[in-house]
Structures are given as structure tokens and as C-alpha cells.
Ligand binder design. Structure first.
Ligand SMILES: Nc1ncnc2c1ncn2[C@@H]1O[C@H](COP(=O)(O)OP(=O)(O)OP(=O)(O)O)[C@@H](O)[C@H]1O
Ligand SMILES: [Mg+2]
Length: 261
């Protein structure tokens, strides 16, 4: 469903390309993990796929095919349409993505308000359905709360609800659990698995933590300095890393989570 071919991204302000020729694909219903050190180009890759890269600041080449349509060739209005409907995006810090002065429900249904002419009542019904899908207890109450009245984990669930509201085919998740404590992190991973299983949503899951990726993704790609250095079955990469960089990444995992030699 998604095929990225030889993607290059270069910011005008920088000498080196942020993404230096990356190719990968995600099949229907698949979750691909993308790991790598800070600054390796994971977020820039996701932003480009989402069409959120600021085209004034950076130039890109290659292709990003979503069901055969090259997103890099689309103009902003078409792209915005697609982003709301076919691609959902979830980022690391739910606190910074939400408007503190706007009720959670309104923000969850925002994509519908922008992309469709659904009535006010219908939007509310769908938003509450999405809040139910992400297993937030008492979704009707949550709908009328402000972001600061929810915990970090609840907010992240609300962000995921917003991202799946239009039933996108692809979810881009950029470190969605990094800011959360371990227990909540595990719950969010379970939720993502469920959404993948029940709604068949494909996902690109970005994390710097290979251990977390192993729990969620059957396949993983490893990025270093703008390039993919290794890609394969997660178990295989985790237990038999080929590239020295992947080996170092695994050595950085806390001992009790690390594969036994
Ligand atoms: N708006 C920007 N302007 C200039 N350079 C940028 C911009 N955004 C990212 N970069 C650069 O592009 C490179 C890749 O950054 P990116 O954010 O994709 O890394 P990352 O793998 O997501 O790292 P992290 O794990 O810290 O989130 C870095 O060198 C970064 O400094
Ligand atoms: Mg990042």
C-alpha cells in the first residue's frame, strides 16, 4: 500500500541530506518498525510521507506511492485531503499537539470538520465512537474535557482516536509511547495491535527502542545518518543483527530486555 522509493530530503540550511536515499514498503495491514539514533532521519521520513515537510525549507526527490499515487507530486490542497482521510499521524508529545483551550472532543473530530461536511451531531457521534475504539473509559465525559484534565496516556489515546477517526489506511506513529511510563506504554502498544488487527490499519511505527518495536512489529528497518542500514524480520534483526550499528543499538538496550547471547 505504501512504497517509498529512493527518498532524499535536504534542508536548505544544512550541508548533509537529512534523508539520503531511503526505500521501503509497507504491505496492507502491516506494521513496519523504524528505529535509529537521534538525528538519523526517522521523523523527517515520516513527515515527508505525511506530506508535512515544509517545502519552503527543504527539497525532496524520489517517490512516496500510496496505493500507486505519488504523494510527492501532489499539490498542497490534494495532499491535505489525503492526509486527513487516508493517512493519520500521531506524534510523541500529546500535550504539545493539543490546543489547551479547546475541548478534547472538538479536537478529536477536527479532521471531519475540515475534510467532510458531516453535521455537528454526526461528528460528535463519530468522535465518541473513536474515543470508545481507543478504550477510553466514559468517552462522553472525555469528549467534554480539556487536555489538562487527562493523563498523558489518556491524551495519547485521544490523539490516536483523532488519527483513526476518518478510518485511514495508514497510521504514522512517531515515538507515540516515548513520553509515557512503561505500564501505559505497554497499554498503548496493545491498543495499536488491536487497531491493526480489527481495522486492518497499516502502520509505520517509529521508535529509538528496538525492544518496543519487537513487541509490535514483525518487520523492522534500521536507520543511521539518513540511510537504511538494515531491514528484515524483527526477531531476526533482534537476535542476529548484521550491521555494526544495529549491534550497537541492541547493546544499548537495558540488559534484562536484551537478547541472550
Ligand atoms: N526543520 C529542519 N530544519 C533543518 N534541519 C532539520 C529540520 N528537521 C530536522 N532536521 C535535521 O534532519 C536530520 C534528521 O532529523 P530527524 O528529526 O528526522 O531525526 P530523528 O531520527 O527523528 O531523531 P530523534 O530520534 O531525535 O527524533 C537531523 O540532522 C536534523 O537536525
Ligand atoms: Mg524524531
Amino acid at each position: 500500500m505504501l512504497e517509498v522509493r529512493d527518498l532524499h530530503v535536504k534542508f536548505h540550511s544544512r550541508q548533509r541530506q537529512a534523508v539520503g536515499g531511503v526505500s521501503f514498503s509497507i504491505a496492507d495491514g502491516e506494521i513496519l518498525g523504524l528505529v535509529g539514533e537521534s538525528g538519523s532521519g526517522k521523523s523527517v521520513t515520516a513527515l515527508t510521507v505525511a506530506g508535512l515537510l515544509d517545502r519552503e525549507k527543504a527539497e525532496c526527490s524520489g517517490s512516496v506511492l500510496l496505493d500507486g499515487v505519488d504523494l510527492l507530486k501532489l499539490q498542497e490542497p490534494e495532499l491535505r485531503q489525503l492526509r486527513g482521510k487516508r493517512i493519520g499521524v500521531v506524534f510523541q508529545e500529546p500535550q504539545t499537539c493539543m490546543d489547551p483551550l479547546m475541548k478534547v472532543g472538538r479536537q478529536v473530530e477536527e479532521a471531519l470538520a475540515i475534510h467532510t461536511n458531516t453535521s455537528r451531531e454526526e461528528r460528535r457521534r463519530l468522535a465518541i465512537q473513536a474515543l470508545t475504539d481507543v478504550e477510553l473509559p466514559d468517552p462522553e465525559t472525555v469528549y467534554d474535557k480539556y487536555p489538562h484534565e487527562l493523563s498523558g496516556g489518556q491524551l495519547q489515546r485521544a490523539m490516536i482516536a483523532a488519527a483513526i477517526l476518518t478510518r485511514p489506511a495508514l497510521l504514522l506513529l512517531d515515538e507515540p509511547t516515548t513520553a509515557l511510563d512503561v505500564t501505559v506504554q505497554a497499554q498503548i502498544l496493545e491498543l495499536l495491535k488491536k487497531l491493526n488487527r480489527e481495522h486492518g490499519i497499516s502502520m509505520l511505527f517509529i521508535s529509538h527502542n528496538l525492544y518496543v518495536v519487537k513487541k509490535l512489529c514483525r518487520r523492522v528497518a534500521v536507520m543511521q545518518r539518513g540511510l537504511l542500514v538494515e531491514e528484515g524480520d524483527t526477531q531476526e534483526v533482534f537476535y542476529h543483527p548484521q550491521h555494526p550499528y544495529t549491534q550497537r543499538l541492541i547493546a544499548a538496550i537495558p540488559t534484562r530486555q536484551r537478547p541472550k547471547p
